[in-house]
Ligand binder design. Structure first.
Ligand code: ATP
Ligand code: MG
Length: 725
């Protein structure tokens, strides 16, 4: 549940005083509760990937974090004495952004047993009066969820087929309101025809002005109600759609960020377009066109009304409605094809756009513009061709339904006149039947109208379902092992690895162990698999065979964030993000103290250029790091890796864009920093070998030498090993 009015939570949300990041009472409460329910979870694993507020868990995010420990949590607004024992333990939100876990209140209601997360595990007894004074009135009720095993259906956004409908169903209350409002609107729609019927049949013949006024006032009041209910219905639809949208959009993005590298899509642009399709789905479920669809079942009310007034005259709409529906059904097949083709082509178009933009300089220097222009124009042409076809088909259904409706009105009048002249229906009855008949058929034209959008939504849902079905790194069904501090013992046992969809193995039977504090270099020819090796250690890919252990534990048992946080990593291709140099250094730990940021910037050589620049650390770096030189980018990446003193450092050619002097400086600074840390260096530069004590030579995916630095260098010099190209 999310509480819309945040006023009473205001101090929780808006407190401007920035304390240290470690001060995150909600996470601490969650970790303590998870331990209590025997589903241990580390603070990092609880919060990884969640949109934290200033680095802290918020009450709204609590349930998402709790779900990772298999706990369900609900935010409620309740007075302290209204929380029954059976619902405890609960996390109480206190003033000044504090929180505590409440275990029980004694029988007399005087003393409460609570746990203050920042005092460690110690429980405390506190007077209820004191607790009341601090309590904001909001609490999070926490329950362990029943743990489902593999035989049970999956959780939302992990199951491929019904993820969308499940999300809709979870908000059934809102949709129930929509249905009730629709029922009322449709019943109210009968007012006008009955008003006119009575005027013609009862008022006019007898000049009954009093009756006229009574009827008119009644009709006006109902028209007012109708106005209100319609507005409410539009609001309900929006509200329901918004909830589904928030839930699914968040889930989708979490999915996208959590995807395993093995299944990461080949084209970023096309994938982005697929994810973007969700907008269409969102519009569909929130738009008022959907009301047309909701009105369809209520057509029955109108048909019954016509039958009651005009008897056999009901045959006319009963024939006309199926004709419209059959036509709409007939165009479905070609329409579906047209819509699907358009969507596929638009994904391709987006892929071209994104790829061109990210490689614009290469395209220019290689004079490859015309090629891309052609691909682009072909996509556009294809889309417009199929788009025109889709629009023609869908507008034809609308036009056809208008035609049938008009003919049906004529039919109603003819039929009505015969019935009236036979005395079976009054004049008022005839007019009422015509009005109700038109009303009964109007949702049909909406249905015809909706078909194109329906196909778009269907196709989008189909694509999104494939995204939802992709595996993520953090398996929601698994409980990960929580380790305290990692010492940095890295052990690779018989690792073999082949990239997905490739045939040639990149690594074969690679085994080595790096003890805590050891400094090791991996060297080898281009393409020998060094970078791949570091990716396996970081858990970005899973080895095809063999195991990677960190501190004696298979890394698959560790939560990805727990594995990566203690590993400072400089990748071969440094990627910076749009923002300042400072933001890029503290990426992932935005609340790092300036002192720490400056310390690592000094070691990595960022200060060399940041100090000289007038804007210093606030210098803006463009997307992907445009705006900094290659060497400067590497400095930023090294600073990033060193932040918070991680026990393990992995560096993949950290200095290949630097000049010798900068590198020498960095080497000297690093030598000190590396003390006591496990260090794995991939390099082509022999000067960098100064930092290590041991060298592993990789050739064509296998280890050809592994030993102390002096021995290996000597063997290379004498030609005993010939692998470095
Ligand atoms: P370099 O010294 O040039 O950095 P490297 O030793 O780091 O080379 P890797 O990047 O590990 O080499 O690549 C090893 C092999 O794996 C290469 O032959 C490459 O073609 C292949 N490869 C790398 N990344 C992928 C990928 N994402 N998909 C498929 N194959 C890949
Ligand atoms: Mg490499």
């Amino acid at each position: 549940m999310s509480i819309d009015s945040t006023s009473s939570l205001g101090q929780w949300r808006l407190d401007g005083s920035r304390s240290a990041v470690e001060d995150d009472p909600l996470t601490d409460c969650l970790v303590a509760l998870a331990r209590m329910f025997d589903r241990p979870l580390s603070a990092h694993a609880a919060c990884a990937g969640l949109p934290l507020d200033e680095g802290r868990l918020t009450p709204d995010l609590f349930s998402r974090a709790a779900a990772r420990a298999g706990l369900s949590a609900r935010l409620v607004k309740r007075r302290l004495n209204r929380i029954p024992d059976i619902l405890l333990p609960a996390v109480l939100l206190l003033h000044d952004r504090q929180a505590c876990v409440l275990f029980e209140v004694d029988k007399a209601g005087k003393a409460a047993r609570v746990l203050w997360p920042d005092t460690g595990t110690g429980e405390q007894t506190l007077s209820v009066a004191e607790l009341k004074r601090q309590y904001t009135g909001h609490a999070l009720l926490v329950r362990p969820e029943h743990q489902l095993d593999d035989r049970a259906p999956n959780t939302p956004l992990t199951s491929g087929r019904f993820w969308f409908w499940k999300a809709i169903f979870r908000n059934w209350r809102s949709y129930r309101d929509v249905l009730v409002a629709s029922l009322l609107v449709n019943i109210f729609a009968l007012t006008m025809p009955f008003f006119i019927l009575n005027v013609y049949d009862r008022v006019l013949p007898h000049s009954a002005f009093e009756t006229l006024w009574v009827l008119a006032i009644g009709a006006a009041i109902i028209a007012g109600f109708d106005f209100l209910i319609r507005a409410l219905r539009a609001y309900f639809i929006d509200r329901a759609g918004r909830r589904v949208d928030l839930e699914l959009s968040a889930g989708l993005f979490e999915k996208v960020l959590g995807l395993k590298s093995e299944v990461r899509p080949k084209s970023v642009g096309a994938f982005a377009d697929n994810v973007h399709e969700f907008e269409g789905v969102r519009d569909f479920i929130t738009s008022t066109t959907i009301t047309g669809l909701i009105d369809v079942p209520f057509v029955a009310i109108f048909l019954v009304a016509i039958w009651l007034i005009g008897g056999p005259i009901v045959m006319v709409p009963l024939v006309a409605i199926p004709i419209i529906l059959i036509y709409a059904l007939l165009v479905q097949w070609p329409l579906r094809k047209a819509v699907e083709n358009t969507l596929r082509a638009s994904a391709q178009k987006n892929a071209t756009l994104v790829e061109s933009l990210s490689g614009i300089e290469t395209i220019k220097t290689q004079c490859a513009e015309s090629q891309l222009q052609r691909t682009w124009e072909q996509s556009v042409e294809f889309i417009s061709r199929w788009g025109v076809r889709a629009r023609l088909l869908s507008s034809s259904t609308t036009h056809f339904s208008t035609l049938v409706q008009q003919l049906a009105t004529v039919g109603l009048v003819i039929f009505g006149v015969y019935l009236a002249s036979a005395g079976e229906i009054t004049l008022g009855g005839l007019i009422a039947c015509v009005i109700i008949g038109r009303r009964a058929m109007s949702p049909m034209s909406q249905v015809a109208n909706l078909t194109t959008r329906y196909h778009q939504v269907r196709a989008a849902l189909k694509t999104l379902s494939t995204v939802v079905a992709l595996p993520v790194e953090r398996d929601p069904k698994r409980t990960y092992v929580t380790r305290g501090n990692i010492k940095g013992d890295i052990d690779l046992q018989n690792i073999s690895f082949t990239y997905p969809d490739e045939e040639v193995p990149i690594l074969q039977n690679v085994s080595f162990r790096i003890k805590p504090g050891e400094h090791v270099a991996v060297v080898g020819r281009t393409g020998s698999g060094k970078t791949t090796l570091t990716k396996l250690i970081l858990g970005l890919y899973e080895p095809t065979a063999g195991t990677v252990c960190v501190d004696g534990m298979d890394i698959r048992q560790l939560d990805p964030s727990e594995l990566r946080r203690p590993m400072g990593c400089v990748p071969q291709d440094v990627v910076l993000f749009y923002g300042s140099v400072r933001e890029n250094i503290v990426l992932g730990s935005p609340h790092a103290e300036d002192a720490e940021m400056l310390r690592v910037a000094q070691i990595a050589g960022v200060s060399e250029f940041a100090d000289r620049h007038p804007r210093g650390y606030e210098l803006t770096v463009g997307e992907r790091g445009a705006g900094l030189s290659g060497g400067q980018r590497q400095s930023v990446a090294i600073a990033r890796a060193l932040l918070f003193d991680p026990p393990v450092l992995l560096m993949d050619e950290p200095t290949n864009s630097m000049d010798n002097r900068t590198e020498a400086k960095l080497r000297a600074a690093l030598a000190e920093e590396l003390n006591g840390k496990t260090f794995l260096l991939v390099t082509h530069r022999s000067s960098m070998l100064e930092l290590v004590d041991r060298i592993i030579i990789l050739d064509n995916g296998t280890i050809v030498a592994d030993g102390p630095k002096a021995e290996i260098i000597e063997a290379l010099d004498t030609g005993t090993i010939r692998a470095m190209g």
